[in-house]
Design a protein around this ligand. Structure first.
Ligand code: NAD
Length: 352
């Protein structure tokens, strides 16, 4: 057996349909009395309902979260939390809202309770990100890891099928890279394989029947596992490429993950045979890369960068940016092999 290092992250998970009704008890458990509730503008009603449920424990709703946490948005939210003398944050929504909660925690040390309503997985990680002048800076800080996470599938029933599919594939991408991570460990790998299995089973049902409560719970279970993997072990080329494509070419976050993950799996396949065998087994497919591609197509999610609006003439620049600094990947990364990978992703080719 290979040597490994295992770093457990603290956190309390409350999982089950309807369990967001236990939020006030969870807040009291953390001794919170003055909570600011965060959401995006289009989840404001949900945030207001949560604040109402908290009663006197809530001091306000701040429904201003947007994708990639612009620094101005983070500063305004932090000032709001300070002006209300908030002693804790409830972030209800996807990675954008949880990201805003983390930015406040980074600036103030306030504890965060996360109630995720997508499958992106940010709630399980100590990773923060803030965008300044179009450049997203990320870092790890234990203070931003939510203290309590409530997974309530009832809150995900309205997540549109298309966002469910891409968000779920974003989660699968965390599991895929977790399996060939430089610091992979047996527990994270068990979680990653189980996360892929759960999401690959749940997502086709959700796309066909978005209100299927059991499939929603199964997907949220997969999202929890995938977020835990993302928080526990380092990622590789896929996450680097998605960061570059999203940040420098303004492509949508979850959709980029969806397009890239089959192509990066194909790229890494010969260099990480054990991980690929586990991915294929979890998908119930003959091969990892083609199995991921077929899942993307089955979910009617985008499978080419061209479909996301990437321009072919920008592929050279993307390859330059993504290979500027060295980082771990199971297969050696060069400017030329990444350029070829980007071409395949641009065209949306099914991996052989
Ligand atoms: P998102 O949070 O931007 O949400 C997408 C849209 O869906 C938003 O308009 C939101 O209001 C809406 N929405 C969310 N849940 C809904 C529901 N249940 N019903 C109806 N509408 C709903 O998207 P995301 O993919 O969850 O998050 C993406 C962001 O998260 C990116 O900025 C990414 O970098 C970040 N992220 C960070 C980490 C981390 O560990 N720090 C991990 C994953 C993602």
């Amino acid at each position: 057996m290979q040597a490994f290092t295992f770093n457990a992250l603290p956190g309390r998970i409350v999982f089950g349909p309807g369990r967001s009704t236990e939020l006030a008890d969870e807040a009291r458990r953390l001794n919170l009395r003055q909570i600011l509730v965060l959401s995006t503008p289009n989840q404001r009603l949900l945030a207001e309902a949560i604040a109402q449920q908290l009663g006197t424990l809530a001091v306000g709703v701040h429904a201003e979260a947007v994708m990639h946490v612009p620094d101005t948005v983070a500063t305004a939210a932090t000032e709001r939390a300070r002006s209300l003398a908030a002693d804790g944050i409830v972030a209800i929504g996807g990675g954008s809202t949880i990201g805003l909660g983390k930015a406040i925690a980074l600036a103030t040390g306030l504890p965060v309770i996360a109630i995720p309503t997508t499958y992106a997985g940010s709630e399980m990680t100590p990773i923060w990100g803030i965008t300044r002048n179009g450049i997203k800076t990320t870092g790890r800080d234990a203070r931003v890891l939510p203290k309590t996470v409530i997974y309530d599938a009832e809150l995900t029933l309205q997540l549109p099928a298309a966002i469910s599919a891409t968000s779920g594939l974003n989660a699968i991408a965390h599991c895929v890279e977790g399996l060939y991570s430089q610091d992979a460990n047996p527990v994270a790998s068990l979680m990653a394989a189980e996360g892929i299995r759960a999401l690959a089973q749940a997502l086709p049902v959700i796309v066909a029947q978005p209100h299927d409560a059991d499939a929603r719970s199964l997907a949220l279970y997969g999202a929890w596992l995938s977020g835990t993997v993302l928080g526990m072990v380092g990622m590789a080329l896929h996450h680097k490429l998605c960061h570059t494509l999203g940040g420098s070419f303004n492509l949508p976050h979850a959709e980029v993950h969806t397009v890239m993950i089959p192509q990066v799996a194909a790229f890494n396949s010969a260099a990480a045979p054990e991980a690929m065998a586990r991915i294929a087994a979890a998908l119930g497919s003959a091969q990892a890369a083609s199995g991921l591609y077929d899942l993307v197509v089955r979910l009617q999610a985008p499978h080419s960068l061209s479909a996301l609006g990437m321009r072919e003439q920008d592929l050279d620049k993307a390859a330059d940016l993504a290979t500027r600094n060295p980082y771990y990947n199971p297969r050696a990364v060069t400017r030329d092999n990444v350029r070829d990978l980007l071409q395949a992703a641009y065209e949306g080719k099914r991996p052989a």
